[in-house]
Design a protein around this ligand. Structure first.
Ligand SMILES: C[S@@+](CC[C@H](N)C(=O)[O-])C[C@H]1O[C@@H](n2cnc3c(N)ncnc32)[C@H](O)[C@@H]1O
Length: 217
């Protein structure tokens, strides 16, 4: 009679035969993993080498809900918009459809080419949707009165310092998924991974000024 699985597991003397792998399955799994790694490095790595480790942000596209939440928070606003790390351009396309003059900053040349090609095919003029191959950390953002950032939690504090130095008083900043630490938000939309926060730069400046003036006894 064959041993049941319970008996096999309880008996320390039982030696299970090694699992058999079909060579074709092994080869296919290897090829699949190599392909996934190749695609990942193709889409995530280009342009990364020049960015310091602590500021590196990988490509993760916004969901539809996240994009809708951003557009809700931008309602009623106009002017120039910078998307910091524009990926495949989805946010720039949504904002330009709402009337903003958008610039997408992107260091990944493959994503940049995709976004530019899409803008070209849809006939979008460059004053409505412009994609530039620039590191936004090294770019002066003072001419933008709207900024969107879907980046990473570890860079939000440094980004906040940069934006506070450069943006005009009437600027609105939208943070996606990861809020700015210590910044009071004006409004928020959505929840969970799709949550977005809107910040009024002059209100943030005022708040931080008051906080630093607080005397602790
Ligand atoms: C999380 S993705 C967001 C993509 C897009 N904004 C979206 O919502 O779908 C962040 C993007 O920022 C780009 N990125 C990271 N650091 C950058 C930098 N210093 N300058 C320009 N782009 C950068 C990455 O290549 C990536 O495409």
């Amino acid at each position: 009679m064959e041993d049941s699985i319970d008996v096999i597991l309880q008996d320390p003397c039982t030696v299970l035969p090694p699992p058999k792998h079909h060579p074709v399955v092994t080869a296919c799994t290897g090829a699949l993993l190599t392909g996934v790694y190749g695609l990942w490095s193709l889409f995530v790595l280009p342009g990364f080498r020049k960015i310091p480790w602590r500021l590196k942000v990988p490509y993760v596209p916004s969901s539809k809900d996240q994009t809708l939440n951003i557009m809700k928070l931008l309602k009623g606003r106009t002017g120039r918009l910078a998307d910091l790390g524009s990926g495949d351009g989805r946010l720039v396309f949504a904002a330009s459809a709402a009337g903003f003059q958008c610039t997408g900053f992107e260091i990944n040349s493959i994503l940049l080419t995709y976004a530019r090609t899409k803008a070209h095919w849809t006939g979008l003029p460059s004053n409505q949707a412009n994609f530039v191959n620039k590191d936004f950390w090294k770019t002066d953002l003072s001419s933008y009165n709207n900024v969107t950032a879907f980046l990473a939690p570890g860079v939000m504090e440094v980004l906040g310092e940069k934006l506070l130095k450069e943006l005009p008083d009437d600027a609105c900043v939208i943070a996606c998924r990861f809020p700015f630490p210590n910044w009071p938000h004006q409004a928020s939309a959505g929840s969970g991974l799709d949550q977005t926060w809107a910040y009024d730069i002059s209100a943030v400046r005022e708040n931080l000024k008051n906080a630093s003036g607080t005397v602790v006894l």
